[in-house]
Design a protein around this ligand. Sequence first.
Ligand SMILES: NC(=O)c1ccc[n+]([C@@H]2O[C@H](COP(=O)([O-])OP(=O)(O)OC[C@H]3O[C@@H](n4cnc5c(N)ncnc54)[C@H](O)[C@@H]3O)[C@@H](O)[C@H]2O)c1
Length: 244
Amino acid sequence: MKIDLADKTILMTGALGGIAEYVIKALTNAGATVVATDKQATAPLQPYFPMDVTDPVAVERVVTAAFAQYPGINIALGHAGGTGVFPFETCDRETFDKVVAFNFLGQTYFARAVLREWRQRHIAGHLIFTSSFISRIPMAGISAYVSSKAALEMFAKNLALEYAPHKIRVNCVSPGNVAVGSSQKVYDEDPVYRAWVDRVSPLGQRNSPAGVANAFLYLCSPLADELDGHVLQVDMGVGLPKLG
Ligand SMILES: NC(=O)c1ccc[n+]([C@@H]2O[C@H](COP(=O)([O-])OP(=O)(O)OC[C@H]3O[C@@H](n4cnc5c(N)ncnc54)[C@H](O)[C@@H]3O)[C@@H](O)[C@H]2O)c1
């Protein structure tokens, strides 16, 4: 079946990252218009709005401007996120708070602005957050990240329930370890990380960014019209609980 997204206008955060490149390619190839945003001042793609998701005033301003120019935005991808390794004992409060702001609070600012537009315009939109398999598995050194992603998934489910009367749906994509961008760099440069990633992958390989993009393609399509409050795990099985 051919996926046709010609009637979709998709607003996306973190659109200049490694996975995003593949997601945007998949969505635009299927006919969607992607309105990209990212923290970076300029971008090699159009339409593009610079937006720092950790700045609630900027998020309100930019989302308002994006809807003024593209009033048909009917899908929003809260995709920006990421972390470094910050063991809790040596992680100062500012650093911890920054990771939470990037991975959780920023998503709530984005959701607030987008949902306000959809309610005012009576649009039955679809909000999709990017989580991570790590939301369900504790891992030393990234407590701010794992707790932010866990909170994000519950936030998505709660919004799904609250906005269902308005026919607005909220779902998550939850990738595993993806062979692209900053993760690929760490994989190439850090033998300890590489050994861990290879060991925890039941299928013996990481996600490809194109494989993760397929999950977005599906979720944005009418094939997923009956999903709401769902976390779509596209993680090569790395999120499976394992003993030993
Ligand atoms: N890469 C992985 O292995 C992996 C695994 C699971 C989940 N994820 C999730 O997928 C998403 C994308 O990950 P990625 O590895 O492709 O990212 P990436 O590190 O390649 O890109 C992140 C993007 O976010 C932008 N950004 C940074 N700070 C920002 C801010 N304050 N406001 C707006 N944009 C900002 C950067 O400019 C960059 O374009 C994230 O939510 C991440 O948590 C990634």
